[in-house]
Design a protein around this ligand. Structure first.
Ligand SMILES: NC(=O)c1ccc[n+]([C@@H]2O[C@H](COP(=O)([O-])OP(=O)(O)OC[C@H]3O[C@@H](n4cnc5c(N)ncnc54)[C@H](O)[C@@H]3O)[C@@H](O)[C@H]2O)c1
Length: 258
């Protein structure tokens, strides 16, 4: 438990499922007041969380939603920019619509939400922002040009926010590798089709590429986000924290002795 998260107003984008859901539940367990905004309200809502329907890529939608949140909750202390999408193509196969969709959600979405949360954080002289990037901001897979670009951009924006608003507002990024969420299941289905056994096999294969021997759990990303949002990380800002089971340290070639 982090004593200082209790009673804080925490806004989580993309809180309806996957990593965002785990982050929302993690803050709720700390007795924070959690507000989730996502494209869809989930069926399995938690009564400790307030859900808003909002498209983070739509500036006007975000502006109105955050105005409503501030008038209902008074303030936002912690913002977790987690909403994101992934689609797969190399540059020549990336249509303008795909490029715009990914950049508008993964990058402009963070700009939109952070921008409208900033006045209240500046008024409070305190705030904490955690952005969910990806290990793909460091090591990358083929055929994900727009996604890889978007996740690199998140690091740039994280550093800019950290520098421009220190010391009152801290901003950090988490960089997950493969995490067991609907997004990763969708990626597995694209590779092996809609066959439960083949999907599990593909996910196990991906897991074995991580030195930890498995893919990550959404709660493992959530735990890192909670740490960064808490006072326990008080001298960390502008940082990129890997949550990748060691994936990014592993060279793809082996030495003669192993
Ligand atoms: N799962 C992984 O392996 C993995 C790895 C690295 C990074 N990430 C990143 O973590 C974040 C969460 O991924 P996930 O795996 O939980 O995905 P997911 O598809 O399971 O959930 C995504 C969430 O984002 C919301 N969302 C998407 N577009 C939105 C929009 N325009 N407006 C509002 N909400 C929107 C969805 O409603 C949903 O709540 C993403 O930014 C993703 O890029 C995931």
């Amino acid at each position: 438990m982090y004593n200082d998260l209790k009673g804080k107003n925490v806004l989580v984008t993309g809180g309806s499922k996957g990593i965002g859901r785990a982050i929302s539940l993690g803050f709720a367990d700390e007795d924070a007041r959690v507000i989730s905004i996502s494209r869809n309200i989930p069926e399995d809502t938690d009564n400790r969380i307030t859900y808003y329907n909002c498209d983070v890529s739509n500036n006007n939608d975000v502006k109105n939603t955050i105005e409503n949140i501030i008038s209902e909750f008074g303030s936002i202390n912690i913002l977790v920019n987690n909403a994101g999408i992934e689609e797969y193509a190399s540059l020549d196969k990336t249509g303008e619509d795909m490029w715009d969709r990914i950049m508008d959600t993964n990058v402009k979405g963070i700009y939109n939400v952070s921008k409208y949360c900033m006045p209240v954080m500046l008024k409070n002289h305190s705030g904490n922002i955690v952005n969910v990037s990806s290990v793909q901001a460091d090591i990358i897979t083929k055929n994900a040009a727009a996604y890889v670009t978007s996740k690199h951009a998140v690091i740039g924006l994280t550093k800019s926010i950290a520098l421009d608003y220190a010391p009152e507002i801290r901003c950090n990024a988490v960089l997950p590798a493969t995490i067991d969420t609907p997004l990763v299941r969708k990626a597995a289905i694209l590779e092996v089709g809609n066959n439960e056994e083949k999907i599990s096999q593909k996910i196990r294969e991906w897991g074995l590429q991580h030195p930890m021997g498995r893919i990550g759990k959404p709660e493992e990303v959530a735990n890192t986000v909670l740490f960064l949002a808490s006072g326990q990380s008080s001298f960390i800002t502008g940082a990129s924290i890997m949550v990748d089971g060691g994936l990014s340290i592993k060279a793809p070639i082996s030495t003669p002795r192993n």
